[in-house]
Structure formats: C-alpha cells, structure tokens
Design a protein around this ligand. Structure first.
Ligand SMILES: Nc1ncnc2c1ncn2[C@@H]1O[C@H](COP(=O)(O)OP(=O)(O)O)[C@@H](O)[C@H]1O
Ligand SMILES: [Mg+2]
Length: 393
C-alpha cells in the first residue's frame, strides 16, 4: 500500500568490470571499468563513434561483452537476457504506438507484465511528466517534446532500477532541448532512479549530471563532477571537448615545492604541482579563456600571476554577454580571451598591442606531451546567438 504511489523505489548501482567489446575487425570498447552509484544522474559524454551506444547496449543485454562483467545492484547480470534485467531504455526515436492513446501507450508494458492497476499507475506517471491532461490523445496529436516525455513516462512507469537514455533529446530543437534537460533532471530527482544518460553535447552533460565520464575511442579519459572536469582537465582531449582551452606545449625549466615553471619568450608560465599531471620534460599547459585578463600596458610582476606579451589583437567578436578576443603572441600563436561585458564599449580594439595575465592557480598541466592536431574543434556554446563584430578604426 505504501508503495502504491511512490516511484522512489531506489535505483541500483551499476558496475562495469573490465568490459571489452570487439566487433569483427574493430574494438569498440577497450577496457571499461565504471561504477555508477544508485540514484545518481550519470552522463557518458563523447564524440560520435566513441562507443556510447555500444556501452548502453551491453548494459541492456542487447550485446554480449567480449570480456568483463556487468553488475546491477550487486547482482551479476552478464549472462541474463535483456528482459530479465531491471533496465529500461529511452531512445532518440520515441517509437510510440500510433493507434493507442497516450495513457494506453504508458500502460502497455504494465499490462503485458500483468501488473495490477495499470491505468492508475500510468496516469500517475503522466502527472509526473505533466501530460495527464492529454492522456486521451494519440501520439500524432502531441508535439515532439511531449512525445519525448511520453517515451520517458513509458520507461519510468516500469520502475527500472536503471534507466538508460541514449541521446533522448537529440531530435528536439535547441530551446525545447534546454527545457527538457531541466525537466528530465527534476524527474530523476523525484523518482530517485539511477539514470545513465548518453550524449555528445557537453553542455547537456554538464547541466544535468552529478558525474560526467568523458569517453574517447572506447576509453574513459576522465570522470568527475562537471565543475571538477571543467576546472581541472587532465588530457588535451578533455580540455578541448569540455569547453575551450588555450594550450601551450612547453618544456619544464624549474620549480619549487609548490609550482613548476617554464620560461618563454615574452613571459613565464607557472602551474601548481598539484594541478599538473607531469612534472618534467615536455608538457602541455592550459588555461580557460575566461580566466585571462587583457592589459594595454605591460603589467607589473606579481606573485601568483602569469603574464604573457606583448601580442596583437587579431579578432574581436561581440557575443552579447561577453566579448571574445583573439590575441596573436609572436612565440606562442593565438590565444582566446573571453571578457564579460561589464563596461560600456570594447575594452580593447582590433590591432591593439596587449598583454595577458591570469592567476597561476587557474593553470592546468596535462598528461599529454603534445597537442593532438586536427582531432577536434569545439564550438562555443553560445555560438548560436553570436554575431561577429569586427571593429574597424
Ligand atoms: N555491430 C557492429 N559491428 C561493427 N562495428 C560496430 C557495430 N556497432 C558499433 N560499431 C562501431 O563501434 C564504434 C562505436 O559505436 P557506437 O557505440 O554506436 O558509438 P556512439 O554511440 O558513441 O556514437 C563505431 O565505430 C561503430 O562503427
Ligand atoms: Mg550512439
């Protein structure tokens, strides 16, 4: 009786242990170890083809691993058939039954499993996704976003210990997508199930998930809370895939207990040891564009501050909330700077000579000793509304 209107039947832990998946002539998953705690919202983030869908299919039992084990709630399900696993999947294509009402669509799985009061339970979940008022309609009479919510309701009504979401918002336009991200997160918090969400959209992963695992070529490159991954990326791939980074490949010239430094033409870059994956030889250091400050004259040396310059502003893009500058440094190439628009008018203009500074504690040192070339270009998340304003004068 108590469980009658509660969807908070707790989710379960998911554990992947030494998972490998080889297709003929191609290894899609290298060696995956992953623990997703019960009740968490976990995002698997990576570019197309990195193995996200394959991972979900393995968990759902639609593929067999070439090696390794899968545990759900501590129980080994590796040999279990898909319908025996406490798992439901929501795909990008909603695949609703067109001839059934919304209510019947949601109740369908319950009826098939001979669960009591299917319509009542379906109605309750429809209330949760705020679609109870359209329960009598057919899928074709709903918008794309509403259909997506029905697909979600249809999965949640089964109270799976684990809900798998494979780019479920991919077919929606940007505005609806943002709204659904928010709703999906709220629903997850209400039902308390474990969500494993797969996406190639970094903003989606960061806004929704408690924990994000960044996947590249069948391997997890780095895993952590969104802020942690953003502030302290450990590889070139992560630094570029999650947001934007200015990266410099340098040689370590010295250091002390706390920091390492490299001397460059036009400046010196220090990085805290605690924020560096390497401590000697050639390494790649980076800093996020919004951490940089522009100066129109050489800034005085200051402890704990990195400075570079002079360089020349070669591009100014007005984005609305911020202005993006490209600064060309003779020895280091181009550097991106994002400046908040707190002053009226541009702080610096195209062709200006400028210096750059940032706090040492914002620098990160990556595991790579070189920049991957031609691998990836990331978009600014706000690019859709960006207008290019090249200042002349
Ligand atoms: N059945 C299959 N046979 C051979 N290769 C496959 C098969 N399924 C997926 N792959 C390959 O495995 C890689 C990962 O695919 P997938 O998991 O679908 O990536 P993602 O979902 O991250 O875009 C891709 O290179 C894909 O071509
Ligand atoms: Mg996929």
């Amino acid at each position: 009786m108590a469980a009658e209107n509660s969807f908070a039947e707790a989710g379960a832990d998911l554990e992947l242990i030494g998972i490998q998946k080889r297709f003929p002539g191609f290894t899609a998953i290298e060696n995956l170890d992953l623990t997703i705690p019960a009740g968490s919202f976990f995002a698997l983030l990576g570019p197309s083809g990195c193995g996200k869908t394959t991972t979900l299919r393995l968990v759902a039992g639609l593929e067999d691993p070439s090696a390794g084990r899968i545990l759900i709630g501590g129980q080994d399900v590796t040999a279990l058939k898909p319908h025996k696993r406490p798992v439901n999947t929501v795909f990008q294509s909603y695949a609703l039954f067109p001839h059934m009402t919304i209510l019947e669509n949601v109740a369908f799985g319950l009826r098939r499993r001979k669960i009591s009061n299917p319509l009542q339970k379906a109605d309750e979940v429809l209330r949760l996704v705020e679609l109870d008022q359209v329960a009598d309609r057919k899928p074709a009479q709903l918008s794309g976003g509403q259909q997506q919510r029905v697909a979600l309701a249809r999965a949640v009504v089964n109270r799976p210990a684990l809900l798998l979401l494979d780019e479920p918002l991919g077919a929606l336009d940007l505005k609806l997508r943002r709204q659904m991200q928010f709703e999906l997160k709220q629903i997850q918090q209400e039902v308390g199930l474990t969500f494993l969400h797969v996406t190639h959209d970094q903003e989606e992963a960061m806004t929704m998930a408690d924990t994000v695992a960044v996947m590249n070529k069948g391997r997890i490159e780095q895993m952590g809370a969104p802020e942690e991954l953003y502030e302290l990326p450990k590889t070139v791939f992560v630094a570029n895939f999650l947001g934007q980074s200015n990266l410099f490949t340098v040689d370590v010239d010295g250091g002390n207990d706390q920091t390492l430094h490299t001397v460059l033409p036009g400046g010196k870059i220090s990085v805290p040891r605690a924020r560096s994956e390497r401590t000697q030889g050639t390494m790649t250091v980076g800093v996020r564009p919004e951490k940089l400050r522009l100066h129109t004259s050489a800034p005085a040396d200051e402890a704990g501050v990195n400075t570079l310059g002079p360089g020349t502003i070669t591009d100014v893009s007005f984005i609305g909330v911020s202005t993006q500058y490209t600064v060309e440094l003779p020895a280091l190439g181009s550097v991106e700077v994002f400046a908040q628009n707190v002053e009226a008018g541009p702080a610096a203009r195209l062709g200006d000579q400028v210096w750059l500074s940032w706090h040492v504690e914002h620098t990160f040192g990556l595991a790579d000793d070189h920049l991957e070339t031609g691998s990836l270009t990331t978009e600014f998340s706000t690019q859709a509304i960006a207008t290019q304003a090249t200042l002349s004068e």
